[in-house]
Design a protein around this ligand. Structure first.
Ligand code: ATP
Length: 324
């Protein structure tokens, strides 16, 4: 393998730039050429490429977002789109590709590899942490810290006015951000997609808090909470059932995707970037690099997509005990 392409695809995440930098520098170190593909699979189909040298990635390790931009491509879901993508890779003499993204991006990579036997390594870059085969995805730690910092600020105003705040954090299918940021920020209740903790339980807990002298409270809700109610409906439900509470809603939204990556995400991205290049140069393909017990490992991309994720029951228990 002499020329490796790198792209960021799907939802962006802080630390993607650090991963690009690492892939580019590892290529330079091992004497391989490196090409950046703009806008994920969309840019691959359009041939929107740029040569990257070690100096092209100066001063980006600390930057949020992705210098290569990201996109969602409908065309890559079609055979014709993928055929164009393959033609562009051949034309540019690219013989391996690193895809930084989430499960959708990896699904596309697997299909492309099956059709064209093209060597691909995946790097998990998503704030959701919902990928099998790695304890942490790039961007997750930064998103957690952003969420905790925001909830801390909401707590200040909640306690000044004796209010109950429902704070929605990102996570349509995964409750990792909600559970960890909730515990980290001392939330009263945490509602996540994986477990239906029951609305009655929440009401009971809030009632008890009032009785025991708690004047303000924070409930952290993941976007995809299993109760079936969105954050506004939840707030209304509590207001109707516990009129003694003055309820407010705060949706943190896209701020959780932005910002300078944490040191953890920068280090993780640097490690995974190097490993992805080493695997390609070693003739490996269809693997995703990840972290397990602080060691860099690789998993088949297929398994990474289908392996599912489970929430940490011990952490759920800790969260319960902390709200006593
Ligand atoms: P995040 O989880 O952060 O949103 P993601 O990588 O899962 O990131 P998606 O939008 O699901 O983001 O997928 C990114 C791109 O991968 C899609 O726009 C599409 O081009 C490609 N892709 C996803 N699924 C398929 C598929 N079944 N076949 C071909 N391409 C796909």
């Amino acid at each position: 393998i002499k020329k490796i392409a790198v792209m960021t695809s799907g939802g962006d995440a802080p630390g993607m730039n650090a991963a690009i930098r690492s892939v580019v520098r590892a290529c330079a170190y091992y004497g391989a050429n490196c090409v950046g593909i703009y806008r994920g699979y969309e840019g691959l189909i359009e041939g929107d490429f740029i040569e990257l040298t070690a100096r092209s990635v100066n001063n980006i390790i600390n930057k949020g977002g992705t210098i290569l931009k990201s996109a969602r491509s409908k065309e890559f879901r079609t055979k014709e789109g993928r055929a164009k993508a393959f033609e562009n890779l051949k034309e540019n003499e690219i013989d391996g590709m690193v895809v930084i993204g989430g499960d959708g991006s990896f699904t596309g990579a697997v299909i492309f590899n099956e059709e064209y036997n093209f060597p691909i390594i995946g790097i998990p870059g998503t704030i959701d942490n919902d990928i099998f085969g790695t304890s942490h995805t790039i961007g997750y730690d930064t998103a957690l810290n952003t969420a905790v910092e925001a909830i801390d600020k909401i707590r200040d105003t909640a306690s000044s006015h004796n209010r109950l705040f429902f704070v929605e954090v990102m996570g349509r299918d995964a409750g990792f951000i909600a559970l960890n940021a909730g515990v980290g920020a001392g939330a009263e209740e945490i509602l996540i997609p994986e477990e239906n903790l029951g609305l009655d339980r929440m009401l009971e807990s809030l009632k008890k808090s009032r009785r025991t002298g708690k004047s303000s409270s924070i409930v952290v809700v993941a976007e995809g909470d299993k109760s079936g109610k969105n954050v506004y409906e939840l707030a209304k439900y509590v207001e109707e059932n516990l009129p003694e509470y003055d309820v407010r809603v705060s949706v943190l939204g896209h701020m959780q995707r932005g910002g300078s990556p944490s040191c953890f995400d920068r280090v993780l991205a640097s490690r995974l970037g190097v490993k992805s290049v080493e695997l390609l140069l070693d003739g490996q393909t269809n693997l995703m690099v990840g972290l397990n017990n602080n060691e860099v490992i690789s998993t088949s991309i297929k398994e990474a997509i289908t392996g599912g994720h489970s929430i940490n029951q011990e952490l759920l228990r800790v969260s319960d005990i902390m709200t006593t």
